[in-house]
Design a protein around this ligand. Structure first.
Ligand code: ZN
Length: 248
C-alpha cells in the first residue's frame, strides 16, 4: 500500500498528506498545539528518560516551543514593521509558524545555524549583522549547547536594536545550588548522557549571566498563562527569558 502511494503521489506532496493523516489519527479534545493548529488526544512520549505528554505528533513541537509560540502570538507590540526577526537553529514546526507571524507583521524573517538548517549560515558567536540592527531574535536550547555561552549572549546583545527583544530559551530547571557545568565529552556523557548539552542552569544563574551581558531580563513562566492553556498545551514547568537591551 505504501509503495503504491509512493508511485502515485509526487514527492513534494507527501509531507502534507502524511501530516493530514497524522492529524486525523491523533485527533482529540484533550490537547491543543498552537503551532500546527491541531486538536489532539495527547502529545507523544519523548526522550530518554521518557517524558510523557511531550512531543506533538503532527509538527513535532515540544513544550518549550509551544510556550514560545504563545509568547510570540500574544505580544504583537514587540514586532517592528520593516525590522528583522532572526531565528537561530529553526525547528521544523516552529520555524514556519514564526516566519508566518513575522512576515504577517511586515518583518524580514531570517533563520539558520552552523549546521545548514534554515536559509543562512548563522553562528551565535559571530552573527553577520550590524550593531543594533535586529529587532527580534529567538534561540531555543542553543546557549546550553555552547561552551562559550557568555560570548554568545554578548553577541546577541551587540546586534539587538535598542527597542528589540531576544527570546533566549534554555532548560533553567536545575534545582542544585549552582548551574551544573561540564567540560569535555566524557563529562557531558556522564552527567547528561548527551554530548550536545554543556550545562543545566539554575534560573537565578541564567538570569545573572544575561544581565551581566547587558540585558534587562523578563522571566516568563508557563504558569502565568491561563490554566486551561497550560493543560492543553502540556507546558509543564516551561519558562522563557525575554531579553531587552539595557544600558551599556
Ligand atoms: Zn503541533
Amino acid at each position: 500500500m505504501k509503495d503504491a502511494l509512493k508511485r502515485v503521489v509526487p514527492e513534494r506532496l507527501r509531507p502534507g498528506i502524511r501530516a493530514a493523516f497524522t492529524r486525523l489519527r491523533s485527533f482529540g479534545w484533550q490537547r491543543y498545539c498552537l503551532i500546527c493548529d491541531s486538536r489532539l488526544k495527547g502529545f507523544l512520549t519523548h526522550g530518554e528518560p521518557p517524558e510523557t505528554d511531550f512531543r506533538c505528533p503532527v509538527c513535532h513541537s515540544k513544550p518549550p516551543h509551544r510556550l514560545a509560540a504563545y509568547y510570540f502570538n500574544d505580544h504583537p507590540e514587540i514586532y517592528r514593521e520593516g525590522g528583522t526577526f532572526v531565528h537561530i537553529a529553526p525547528e521544523s514546526g516552529l520555524g514556519p509558524y514564526l516566519a508566518q507571524l513575522a512576515r504577517g507583521r511586515g518583518m524580514h524573517y531570517r533563520s539558520g545555524d552552523i549546521k545548514g538548517v534554515g536559509d543562512s549560515h548563522l553562528d551565535l558567536l559571530a552573527l553577520p549583522f550590524a550593531d543594533g540592527s535586529i529587532h527580534m531574535l529567538y534561540a531555543c536550547h542553543v546557549l546550553n549547547s555552547l561552551q562559550e555561552d557568555r560570548a554568545a549572549m554578548r553577541e546577541v546583545r551587540r546586534v539587538l536594536h535598542p527597542d528589540g527583544v531576544a527570546v533566549l530559551q534554555v532548560p533553567a530547571f536545575c534545582t542544585a545550588n549552582d548551574t551544573i557545568e561540564t567540560q569535555g565529552h566524557d563529562e557531558r556523557m556522564r552527567v547528561f548522557a548527551d554530548d550536545g548539552i554543556y550545562r543545566c542552569y539554575t534560573n537565578a544563574d541564567y538570569e545573572q549571566r544575561l544581565q551581566a551581558s547587558g540585558f534587562i531580563v523578563e522571566c516568563v513562566r508557563a504558569t502565568s498563562l491561563p490554566d486551561a492553556q497550560v493543560r492543553k498545551a502540556a507546558l509543564k514547568q516551561e519558562v522563557l527569558h525575554a531579553c531587552r537591551a539595557g544600558l551599556r
